[in-house]
Design a protein around this ligand. Structure first.
Ligand code: SAH
Ligand code: SF4
Ligand code: F3S
Length: 482
């Protein structure tokens, strides 16, 4: 746990502190007293489960929630058979919402049998007023609802929920605040996500993220470097710098700094061996960044560069601010500077008004860019976004047909691309014990592909050399080289 405060040293004064994060540590201690009392009454430890439904930024937020819960005294478990279950939700596509309602139904049944249990909801979906209305009328058993802007207040809100019979709801429209130094419980001991910015200012016309995550705010570079130094001291060897558009990092800081410059500073941190980042918006990808990647010993040769569509006409309506040609030029520059770079992308099929010609342009970019892998999405109408009001929505059967064709091409290319390192010996970060094959470990190559090889748990978190004996399409089988 990344820890700076000691709850045992907090005195219960009359008024909670005004200053953050001190105020939250005060409430963590208060919640801890309630948890202790309940544990004494039940004669067993209390458990909590944080389920994550969203992207890597949501996953990182969930680690903060787990950190706070564990500080409060809950035992963190992975299953929903817990005394406190909280869903950290996503609303980027309709099916993300549907999933949450599905899970919530099941949880409601459980709560009827276990009335002492607490249920919380937070994250992007909660920033949508119509969602909260629906929850208030049809899911009244939920105890706590908060949004993305006040996640840092979790302990304070949980304290209220523990003492109340009614649903505690606290949603903010936006914020300019960044609260540092909250506890955090990492999923992996040896790698970690690090937020470098929050929110998004780009308003791509299909996307709900700017509405639910608010305006772009960059963390101070010093805070980021300090956090990564602490992580490195705690055994972390790989960091993933997180933001909706990392390429515009630092533009609005009092002393502006570029993302490339931030990377240079992170590169200096002892103990950090691998640096990744997500997500790069093509419109802000600078030559300076490409230079830094070219010269770096630690930045992984992997670029996730969302395309969305290959049609310049649609890209304009999507408000992406680049053309097909500009995108392909970027790909060329990246490949020239970092020859073994692995490229991945996101593509949307069925954006309003997409014609067969537009779709052919997308296929054309896929053929030219030759992605290692691509996340393909069917366009989902998000209430409140400009695209949702567009009249020329594409019929479902047409979208489905295009989606299948795109997937086939993407898979064919990614199969060809992903075997290209066969026969080489490369460094891999050992991440997991293989669940299918006992005696095998799973490691990640710098380019983000996985390799399975004989080994044991003692290797976890280490960077070792592995001979990539056989390319299997989307992964390798290999052997460790001493
Ligand atoms: N900030 C990142 C993307 C965050 S959302 C970027 O700009 O690249 C992750 C992906 O979800 C997007 O890249 C997009 O491909 C997809 N997406 C976003 N809104 C969508 C929608 N309404 N329907 C389908 N896919 C969507
Ligand atoms: Fe959404 Fe565009 Fe912002 Fe990415 S850059 S989060 S796609 S609005
Ligand atoms: Fe989803 Fe929110 Fe991430 S909408 S994709 S969890 S920023």
């Amino acid at each position: 746990m990344d820890k700076k405060f000691d709850l045992d040293k907090i005195e219960f004064c009359k008024e909670p502190p005004i200053q953050e994060p001190d105020r939250q540590y005060y409430y963590m201690k208060k919640c801890r007293e309630s948890v202790k009392a309940q544990e004494a009454a039940l004669g067993r430890p209390l458990t909590a489960c944080v389920q994550n439904f969203g992207c890597q930024m949501n996953a990182r937020d969930s680690e903060k929630l787990r950190g706070i819960l564990s500080e409060i005294g809950y035992q963190i478990i992975d299953t929903e058979e817990a005394d406190f279950v909280i869903y950290n939700t996503c609303t980027v596509r309709e099916n993300a919402n549907l999933k949450v309602y599905g899970h919530l139904g099941t949880l409601g049944h459980r709560k009827r049998k276990n009335p002492h249990m607490l249920i919380g909801l937070c994250g992007c979906m909660m920033q949508e007023p119509q969602v909260v209305e629906k929850l208030k009328t049809s899911y009244r058993f939920v105890d706590l609802i908060f949004g993305t802007h006040n996640l840092y207040k979790f302990a304070e809100l949980l304290c209220l929920a523990m003492d109340s019979d009614r649903t505690i709801i606290d949603i903010w429209k936006d914020t300019d605040k960044i609260v540092e130094d909250l506890p955090c419980q990492r999923k992996y001991a040896f790698k970690s996500g690090v937020n470098i910015m929050f929110g998004c200012n780009n308003f791509c016309s299909y996307c709900i993220v700017p509405y639910v995550r608010g305006r772009e705010r960059s963390r101070n570079p010093e805070d980021i470097v300090n956090e990564i130094e602490r992580l490195a001291k705690d055994g972390v060897v790989e960091v993933m710098l997180l933001g909706q558009n990392v390429n515009s990092y630092g533009k609005n800081l009092e002393t502006p700094i570029t993302f490339a410059e931030l990377l240079r500073r992170v590169e200096q941190i002892d103990g950090i061996e691998r640096i990744r980042f997500m997500t790069s918006h093509p419109k802000d990808l600078s030559d300076e960044l490409i230079e830094v990647m070219k010269d770096s010993k630690k930045i992984c040769p992997h670029m996730h560069l969302p395309l969305q569509s290959g049609s310049s006409r649609l890209l304009k309506i999507m408000n992406r601010k680049y053309t097909k040609e500009q995108y392909l030029t970027l790909v060329e520059k990246l490949r020239a500077a970092v020859p073994d770079i692995s490229l991945t992308t996101d593509i949307i099929v069925g954006f309003p008004g997409e014609t067969e010609e537009d779709f052919q342009e997308t296929l054309d970019v896929v053929r030219q860019a030759r992605y290692d892998s691509a996340f393909t999405f069917i366009y989902s109408k998000r209430t409140g976004t400009p695209a949702a009001a567009m009249e020329n929505q594409v019929p479902e059967d047409v979208v489905k047909d295009r989606f299948d064709r795109l997937l086939e091409l993407v898979q064919q290319i990614s199969k060809e691309m992903s075997s290209r390192l066969e026969g080489q010996t490369v460094p891999v970060l050992v991440e997991e014990v293989n669940t299918h094959d006992k005696g095998y470990m799973t490691g990640r190559l710098a380019n983000n592909l996985l390799v399975h090889f004989p080994g044991d748990e003692a290797l976890l978190g280490k960077i070792v050399k592995v001979h990539l004996a056989q390319g299997k399409g989307f992964y390798y089988m290999g052997e460790m080289v001493q």
